[in-house]
Design a protein around this ligand. Structure first.
Ligand code: ADP
Ligand code: MG
Length: 380
């Protein structure tokens, strides 16, 4: 049973009556554009078919109550509480909406998810954006869809305390089926780029390496700091403002490893633009080399890969993938591979065998078809 069906069932079990409605938001995978979001750059994620569902109703008690199937816990909080733990992703959304001046109705919620937690597929944005959609609708509030990503990001940055960029919440909210979301992280302009791998005889295989996340938050902060430092040295507002043509001169002014961090960000922004151009031209096969170049840059220049990510990419390419790269922040998480649809089994087997030979955890692979963003279910 899918999360969209489990959430109302859980709601009814926990609260003893059916919910007023069910809302859902997807996890995401980033096709290309890694560690560019906080440099005011470009990203190209798409929504997964895996979704987080929230069943909810208003209630009279001046508090919010949330149950999650993932934890089996029920947490209650009021507008004055500052809570921690998994329910902070829900309380953070209430807080961010209230901080923006919205009158959020007290409510009870039940959450179920098909997005693997902590795998780099953004279960955090999925729960935030599903809760945001639920609370906005329950309150009859007109929260402009264009404002929702920033509200959910604020919940995660300032309430949960995770300094994430705006990509995940944008993908979870704004994605369209059959399209990737081309997002300019400076202007927040979005463009829906047709991307239907199946129609082209292709599959995007997502491989969850299940590598334990190591050092993530410290290393993430260190990369952000290096990028900010380099931009300041170069007199730029952000690394987004450095063109590929000006890269050689700029790199001469920077110490290592900052120069390699900058080289990654600048070339990665260009790879996103090149990918968008190829997809617009209906040439999806040709993005393969850009994906692989992105991985090499993340491995050698940005240094955010781990052996599991490198081994999965190498095995996928050896088995015939058109391109492959780590996706998400790195230090664990997932790899994506663009493959001819009939080779899905071959590539999965090759990665599984390579992992077994090295004693890594068994990877989990699934095909990712671009799905829609957050919304209400009209069955709930
Ligand atoms: P990712 O977003 O890549 O999955 P994060 O560390 O950003 O990883 O977010 C995962 C965290 O989000 C979980 O540890 C949990 O606290 C919270 N979370 C996400 N989905 C749920 C859910 N369905 N139920 C409870 N908590 C959730
Ligand atoms: Mg997250």
């Amino acid at each position: 049973m899918k999360a969209e069906a489990r959430a109302p069932q859980a709601y009814t079990t926990v609260y003893g009556e059916p919910p007023a409605g069910v809302w859902a938001a997807p996890g995401r995978v980033n096709l290309i554009g890694e560690h560019t979001d906080y440099n005011d750059g470009f990203v190209l994620p798409f929504a997964l078919p895996h979704r987080t569902a929230v069943a909810a109703s208003r209630h009279d008690d001046p508090s919010w109550i949330v149950y999650s199937e993932q934890t089996g816990e029920t947490v209650r909080f009021t507008a004055d509480d500052r809570i921690t733990g998994w329910a902070s992703y829900v309380a953070g959304v209430v807080w961010a909406l209230r901080a923006a001046g919205y009158e959020i109705p007290p409510a009870r919620l039940a959450v179920a998810s098909d997005v693997p937690l902590g795998a780099g597929l953004s279960s955090s944005a999925a729960i935030e954006c599903a809760v945001l959609a639920a609370l906005a609708d329950l309150g009859g509030l007109s929260v402009p869809v264009a404002d929702r990503p920033a509200l959910a990001q604020r919940a995660e940055n300032e309430y949960v305390g995770m300094p994430c960029g705006i990509m995940d919440q944008s993908a979870a909210t704004l994605s369209r089926a059959g399209h990737a979301l081309f997002l300019d992280c400076r202007t927040l302009a979005v463009e829906h780029i047709p991307f239907d791998p199946a129609a082209a005889g292709l599959t995007v295989l997502v491989i969850d390496t299940r590598a334990p996340h190591r050092l993530v938050s410290g290393e993430y902060a260190a990369r952000r700091a290096a990028c900010e430092r380099a931009a300041a040295t170069l007199g730029l507002a952000a690394l987004r403002d450095l063109a590929v043509a000006d890269l050689p001169a700029a790199l001469r002014r920077l110490p290592d490893p900052d120069r390699r961090r900058v080289r990654h960000v600048v070339t990665e922004n260009q790879r996103v633009l090149d990918t968008v151009r190829l997809l617009r031209d209906g040439r999806p096969r040709e993005i393969g080399p850009l994906l692989t170049a992105s991985h090499e840059s993340l491995r050698d220049d940005f240094e955010v890969t781990v052996p599991e990510l490198d081994v999965a990419v190498e095995a996928a390419l050896r088995a015939g993938a058109l391109g492959a790269r780590m996706t998400g922040g790195g230090f664990g998480g997932c790899v994506l591979a663009l493959i001819e649809a009939p080779s899905a089994g071959l590539v999965t087997d090759a990665v599984t065998a390579a992992f077994a030979a090295l004693g890594f955890a068994k990877p989990v692979a699934f095909p990712a078809t671009p799905g829609p963003g957050a919304g209400r279910l009209h069955t709930g």
